[in-house]
Design a protein around this ligand. Structure first.
Ligand SMILES: C[S@@+](CC[C@H](N)C(=O)[O-])C[C@H]1O[C@@H](n2cnc3c(N)ncnc32)[C@H](O)[C@@H]1O
Length: 240
């Protein structure tokens, strides 16, 4: 049995909302956004931003990853896992949404490249200790709906099982995001995605330094991607 985590109620409640959203409400929109199918202007900016973000994160991983274990934490439709496996990694690609994981598996099968590594697809919680140990963990836009203590807690839990680096993204607190956040709250509850939890970078830094520093981790590279309606910031944390 895993040890209880602080604020577990809040984490579980939020996790349930996220799972419902990505497994039911948003499946089709998400399938389309992550494909090559045409999308409207606004979504096109999001798609372009997300492509840049994925390339950025992948550029922080080794060019060859033969024999390395990588966790794609909140893999969605599996685009990042695919590239990591092409570089030779053994990827565990996990997501709360079984529907998205099935889609990821199907896309992987259709991609049909000769692959040096391999991907194990799972549906469930990225924090599950049964997933084992990793050289690198990547959480692209999968922690953006959690608040600061939950982000720190998630990374602290993953850090015990990670040898190299943890790469994740957060929604930076910007004036535009603050407005979008307020506008988002005007939509009927059923149409809404779980609210983003914009993070003020200095506050998040302090919280991560306090949570991960004593565990032997330090911050590395950081890069913000802003493309129309997509704004996200990548952060590398690595063993000191
Ligand atoms: C915005 S999507 C991003 C998906 C993918 N990383 C990408 O960039 O295309 C966030 C994903 O994180 C997943 N997620 C959120 N919390 C999770 C958790 N605790 N364990 C596993 N997956 C999680 C959601 O189900 C969702 O599919």
């Amino acid at each position: 049995m895993q040890p209880p985590i602080p604020h577990e109620h809040r984490y579980l409640e939020r996790r349930g909302q996220i799972e419902h959203y990505f497994d039911r409400t948003a499946v089709q929109a998400w399938e389309r956004l992550t494909s090559n199918a045409p999308v409207g202007r606004i979504r096109a900016t999001v798609r372009a931003g997300r492509d840049r973000m994925r390339e950025n994160l992948l550029s922080w991983l080794p060019a060859r990853m033969d024999g390395l274990r990588v966790l794609d934490a909140g893999c969605g439709t599996g685009a990042l896992a695919q590239v990591a496996a092409e570089r030779g990694a053994h990827v565990i690609a996990i997501d709360l949404s079984p529907t998205l994981v099935n889609l990821a598996r199907e896309r992987h099968r259709l991609a049909g490249h000769v692959m040096m590594g391999r991907i194990d697809f799972r549906s469930g919680d990225m924090l599950d200790e049964a997933l084992g140990e990793f050289d690198h963990v990547v959480a692209m836009d999968s922690l953006i709906h959690y608040d600061t203590p939950d982000i720190v807690q998630a990374l602290a839990r993953l850090s015990h099982r990670t040898k190299g680096s943890m790469l994740f993204t957060f929604a930076p607190r910007t004036p535009l995001l603050a407005v979008m956040h307020r506008v988002g709250r005007l939509f009927p509850r059923s149409d809404r995605s779980p609210a983003l939890e914009p993070q003020a970078e200095p506050v998040l830094r302090e919280a991560l330094a306090a949570g991960l520093g004593p565990l032997g981790w330090q911050e590395g590279r950081s890069e913000r991607v802003a493309s129309g309606f997509y704004t996200s910031q990548a952060w590398e944390w690595k063993r000191a």
